[in-house]
Design a protein around this ligand. Structure first.
Ligand code: IVH
Length: 668
């Protein structure tokens, strides 16, 4: 084939693929089979490979993902990407409506849209060609993720008219893509994404566009940066114009003349929401006329002409079948509700912690009750309340026992605590839970040694302390239920590997009271060797920024015990590493950053960074990130929906920054 013929064929293939892609991904009305589409794409890829001079940036072949990047370039938004104010109930919506009427009078209408739970993107087109796509970033500066966005099939690479404009919308991962992705990750033993939004954000933050291409993302456009000469005078016309240009917009939008119609629309989606193929977290309400939008203007953070109604967490009713007691590794006895299995926010729930007896009394919970269940933060199941009017008289009161259900020692309520504790240090339940903690992910991370295997080994008296784990033999393990040769050999390998863990994992695994994973890391960094920590005095310990009085006492008391000394000797003897292997963080003295030596607390939802990323960045600059606000806190970073930590910071008069300010300082 010569160049001319190739050019003709390529043009024809591109136009077919563009049309089929548009029908499939934008209109949701495919006219050819997937196999046919793939065949044409393959043909195009082969021709472009043979005639690289015929490649173009708007060829549908770029959707398979191009070259791997080193970093994402920064992009300054021509108009800032703002966020939205929130409404949580009807009253908030009515207040919003009143503010609008006060400003523009009675003659206006609203457009309601679904609030897609993904991440905001901005797309720039010049003469109809897609030239740049960016994340929101701090609203002023985002990251150039053009290569990743090109892999989203519903983003047109060329518009149906040769116009220049910037459009904005939400990139998201459909529920089906999310489930398939997590299934695959589970099979490969990879960490799962908590929700489609995180999965979408994680995918668009990949430097290799082939990964984004494999993640099956989608997009809805909801706004135009600058309407220019288009003749568009209202938001709804703007959306129709986007459709006309070949963009994908959400078709569930509705014009509403009054706030009562808006409320009706909002309420209708509470029921319909679970049936959508993508996640929404609310409804966005916008004043339709662009002139009135301009009149209303914006605050520093959000437009006055729009508001986001946020849905309350999904609640369902089920039967509380029983209350079980579990004993934690510190002896705390926790009542757990056993529920008739019920689906909430996407997963089946069968248990919910009831925390302590006070809470059971307060909520007047009885066994056999009909209870309302929700997932707090959409993750942890919680019993919200009891439907007392549905009682039959057969419900049974629950009483906490007076003795440990495992070792029969007295249960005590320590001063200032709501929890009941078994204070027998030899309580088998506590020892077993301690062993389970030792092998868990943030501790020694021994794959194949889950709760069940540990419980069996413990019941068979094959292990009674953590050093015993390193003495297990193939023979002993083979004798356990459901343990074949392969799993035994894998398990022994995992145990062996864990010997090499850096000190903080062991330290956390020992389960010293008040020493969490974060404190363990700090202690390991500061002391470097287990023996040095074991010899540390209380004064040396509290001199460390994050170590308080209580923790210092507990560490000293732990290492004072004869048993602890013996255990460390035993661990050393079986070859467990007792040294810190990681890098030292920049110390406050070495850093000249604004964060140097400051204790920072992160709260609320950050949009640009994960909590962990923010923490790492702050620590790399010599700062110290703490979990709770106290007088020692220097600075609080409050993301969206920040709660009690923000209130506390305000009460204590602590400096508060928003995410934008944080990013600005991190980038300095
Ligand atoms: S309008 C000035 N419409 O919600 C802000 N936003 O804080 C204009 N979102 O991350 C936003 N669906 O990306 C608008 N139909 C919709 C939306 C929507 C989702 C996101 C937006 C941003 C957040 C607003």
């Amino acid at each position: 084939m010569d160049l001319l013929m190739a050019e003709q064929k390529i043009t024809e293939l591109r136009s077919q693929l563009n049309q089929y892609g548009y029908e499939y991904y934008v209109l949701d009305q495919p006219s050819v089979s997937d196999a046919e589409y793939d065949r044409l794409m393959q043909e195009l890829l082969e021709l472009e490979e043979k005639f690289p001079e015929l490649k173009t940036p708007d060829s549908p072949s770029v959707r398979v993902g191009g070259a791997v990047l080193d970093v994402f370039e920064k992009v300054e938004h021509r108009t800032p990407m703002l966020s939205l104010g929130n409404a949580f109930n009807e009253q908030d919506l009515k207040d919003f409506d009143r503010r609008i009427r006060q400003a523009v009078g009675e003659d206006f209408s609203y457009v309601c849209e679904l609030k897609i739970d993904g991440l905001a993107v901005s797309l720039r087109y010049e003469d109809g060609l897609f030239i740049q796509g960016a994340t929101r970033g701090d609203g002023t500066i985002g990251e150039d993720i053009t290569a990743n966005l090109k892999t989203i099939q519903s983003i047109p690479l060329r518009l149906r008219e040769n116009v220049s404009l910037e459009v904005r919308g939400e990139a998201y991962m459909p529920k089906r893509s999310f489930e398939a992705l997590n299934e695959k990750r589970a099979e490969r033993g990879e960490e799962l994404f908590a929700n489609p939004r995180n999965a979408a954000a994680g995918s668009l933050r990949q430097l290799d566009p082939k990964i984004a291409a494999s993640r099956k993302l989608d997009v809805f456009l909801y706004g135009i940066g600058n309407v220019g000469e288009s003749g568009v005078v209202s938001h709804s016309e703007g959306l129709d114009y986007l459709d006309q240009l070949g963009f994908k917009t959400n078709k569930e939008r509705r014009k509403c003349a009054t706030i009562d119609e808006v409320i009706e629309y909002v309420n209708s989606w509470v029921e319909k929401r679970p049936h959508l193929p993508y996640e929404i977290d609310g409804i966005v309400i916008k004043v339709n006329s662009l002139e009135q939008q301009a009149e209303l203007g914006t605050t520093a953070k959000s437009p006055r002409w729009a508001i986001a109604y946020k849905f309350p967490a999904e609640e369902v009713v089920t039967t509380l079948l029983d209350i079980e007691l579990s004993i934690g590794r510190t002896g705390v006895v926790t009542p757990t509700a056993i529920l008739a299995p019920v689906k909430v926010a996407g997963t089946t729930v069968q248990r919910a912690s009831l925390h302590n007896e006070d809470l059971i009394r307060e909520k007047d919970i009885k066994i056999g009750d009909q209870v309302v269940v929700k997932k707090a933060g959409d993750i942890i199941p919680e019993v919200v309340n009891v439907l007392a009017d549905q009682r039959t008289g057969n419900e049974v009161d629950f009483h906490m026992p007076t003795h440990c259900p495992e070792c029969e020692s007295d249960l005590v309520r320590l001063e200032g605590e709501v929890a009941l504790r078994c204070i027998n240090p030899k309580c088998p339940a506590q020892i077993r839970e301690g062993l389970i903690h030792f092998v868990s992910r943030n501790a020694m991370n021994i794959d194949g040694l889950g709760e069940k295997v540990i419980s069996q080994l413990f019941a068979e008296k094959l292990i009674s302390d953590v050093a015993d784990i390193y003495k297990l033999t193939q023979e002993q393990l083979l004798a356990l239920e459901r343990m074949g040769e392969k799993s035994v050999s894998n398990l022994l390998k995992a145990i062996e590997t864990s010997k090499g863990n850096s000190l903080e994992k062991l330290l956390f695994g020992l389960g010293i009271r008040h020493v969490g994973a974060k404190a363990a890391k700090t202690l390991a960094q500061v002391f470097g060797l287990m023996n040095k920590l074991a010899d540390a005095s209380k004064e040396e310990l509290i001199a460390i920024n994050e170590i308080g009085d209580k923790m210092a006492d507990s560490i000293v008391a732990y290492f004072d015990q004869e048993e602890a000394k013996e255990l460390l000797e035993e661990l050393a003897a079986v070859g467990v590493n007792l040294e810190y292997k990681g890098t030292k963080p920049v110390s406050a003295e070495e850093s000249d950053s604004i964060f140097a030596g400051k204790t920072v607390v992160l709260t609320g939802k950050l949009e640009q960074l994960s909590r962990n990323e923010a923490k790492e960045k702050i620590e790399a600059l010599g700062g110290n990130v703490a979990g709770s606000v106290s007088k020692k806190t220097h600075l609080v970073i409050a993301g969206e929906d920040a709660g009690s930590k923000l209130t506390k910071a305000q009460e204590l008069g602590i400096e508060v920054w928003d995410e934008e300010k944080l990013l600005e300082e991190l980038n300095k």
